[in-house]
Design a protein around this ligand. Structure first.
Ligand code: F3S
Length: 395
């Protein structure tokens, strides 16, 4: 791999031990995947933020780097943390967990990372442009930025995204290159898709078949950005899809040739069977929405549905801090709280310790959450459309 003089110096440790170590990681990755050179990235998003995921070794690693004055070169956001950084007490997060989580956030902050912990950085102030190179590591954010925005990122791990953030570059391979962004299967959609949950169910079905291939969708007549984020998130969870194209909708679709691709058809029956298959519980202990993190529009929709009603089960709507601030200002949060729910920032149902808080059955409208909650949080799941879920728990 060709390295510039500056990069050679970074590699030799001239810019400090941390930079040397991080640059070596990027070079190694580049060698494994056959990159020709490093390319600059304009933003990064680092996963491995929740204390539940990284534990004490993760804290030690981050505090060590922060104490050595490691500083990011590009705007860098974080993946969701294990709790709402400001309102964790109201959510009954165990204090021992909170103390560790706050240490993690402080270490990231010392490195110059924006401690907005969200899987939708593009809704919270970190929006890449078409064809921009970035290094993101949360799977739904990767899918959205590659597919809906047309930015370019590989599926980075937490360490490689941190390395890219600190060094300002990433190896040039994989989805950074035109030739690797072509569709590898054709999905013909013959299902009625109305609610975001329908898109999550479709994504679950396609992700299972696609694995890490690139699907090209035909037959999706209408979808807003919230529904596309639900689709991508589910495909990245049941499979490892990092990029998809939708005819007449996503920005690279018109450049693609679909002749001769393997075909998959998805019908109403497939979508409905997915709701049934992923539903393993009966009565929810809690309802958690916002996987991926809710947009302002989604919070507004829930607040309208809850106006004048009372919830008989706890409800969390997970979102980014920035979107929560806007929801507060618009009065949406207050309506939701009056009904008995909470708008929760910085965290989500999968990375927070809900299994230690007495919850055993969680209702969700997300194909990704329905897929992950049994394994990551020991939950039985109720997976359904928003109206169906709220109907069960409002009076
Ligand atoms: Fe985001 Fe957590 Fe879902 S990181 S995509 S809300 S599992």
């Amino acid at each position: 791999m060709h390295l510039t003089n500056l990069e050679e110096r970074m590699l030799s440790g001239e810019n400090g031990e941390v930079m040397g170590r991080m640059f070596r990681l990027l070079v190694r990755l580049g060698e494994i995947y056959g990159a020709d050179r490093m390319i600059p990235v304009n933003s990064s998003q680092v996963a491995g933020v929740s204390y539940k995921s990284i534990g004490d070794p993760g804290i030690e690693f981050l505090e060590d780097y922060a104490s050595k004055n490691a500083k990011v070169k590009v705007v860098t956001f974080l993946n969701p943390a294990g709790m709402d950084i400001e309102d964790w007490q109201k959510l009954n997060i165990p204090p021992g967990f909170a103390e560790k989580q706050l240490r993690i956030m402080n270490a990231f902050k010392k490195m110059g990372i924006v401690v907005s912990a969200t899987c939708t950085p593009y809704l919270a102030g970190n929006l890449p442009r078409f064809r921009e190179h970035i290094a993101w590591s949360e799977s739904s954010a990767i899918s959205f930025s590659n597919s809906v925005i047309g930015a370019r990122t590989n599926r980075e791990g937490g360490p490689s995204a941190l390395a890219a953030a600190l060094c300002g570059v990433t190896p040039n391979y994989g989805l950074h290159l035109d030739e690797n962004r072509k569709p590898q299967m054709l999905v013909e959609v013959n299902a009625r898709l109305e609610d975001s949950a329908d898109f999550g169910a479709l994504g679950y079905v396609v992700g299972k078949q696609a694995k890490n291939r690139i699907p090209y969708f035909k037959g999706i007549k209408e979808a807003d950005t919230d529904q596309l984020k639900a689709l991508g998130a589910a495909m990245a969870a049941s499979g490892a899809v990092a990029l998809y194209h939708v005819e007449d909708m996503t920005p690279e679709a018109h450049l693609m040739n679909t002749n001769g691709l393997e075909k998959l058809s998805v019908s109403d029956k497939d979508v409905n069977e997915t709701f049934a298959k992923l539903t393993t519980g009966k009565e929810p202990d809690i309802i958690i929405l916002g996987c991926p993190h809710s947009s302002l529009k989604e919070i507004m929709m829930v607040s309208r549905k809850l106006e004048g009603k009372k919830l008989n089960k706890p409800l969390w709507i997970c979102t980014s801090r920035m979107v929560k601030e806007a929801a507060n200002r618009m009065g949406f949060t207050q309506i939701i709280e009056t009904a008995g729910g909470k708008v929760v920032a910085d965290t989500c149902m999968v990375v927070s310790p809900i299994e230690d808080m007495g919850y055993k059955t969680t209702a969700v409208n997300s194909g990704k959450a329905a897929n992950y909650l049994p394994g990551f949080c020991k939950q039985s799941v109720i997976f359904g459309r928003l109206d169906n879920i709220l109907e069960k728990v409002t009076v």
